[in-house]
Design a protein. Structure first.
Length: 63
């Protein structure tokens, strides 16, 4: 069975967001990351959410 190539679906919106993040000087845990964490926490109904760089980074015990 052959699986056809599927190019990524990247629109101008995603490109603009990446460029804005790069120009901000924050490419890791800056204000945009905090905004995302707050939005996720609100969406799932928890007090806090922390974005990490990988699943391995968060594989430890949750307290």
């Amino acid at each position: 069975m052959q699986v056809p190539f599927s190019p990524p679906d990247i629109s101008e919106s995603e490109i603009t967001e990446v460029c804005e993040a790069m120009r901000s000087g924050w490419i890791t845990t800056g204000p945009r990351t905090k905004l995302l964490e707050n939005k996720i926490a609100g969406r799932i109904g928890t007090e806090k959410c922390v974005c990490l760089n990988s699943q391995t980074a968060c594989a430890g015990e949750v307290k």
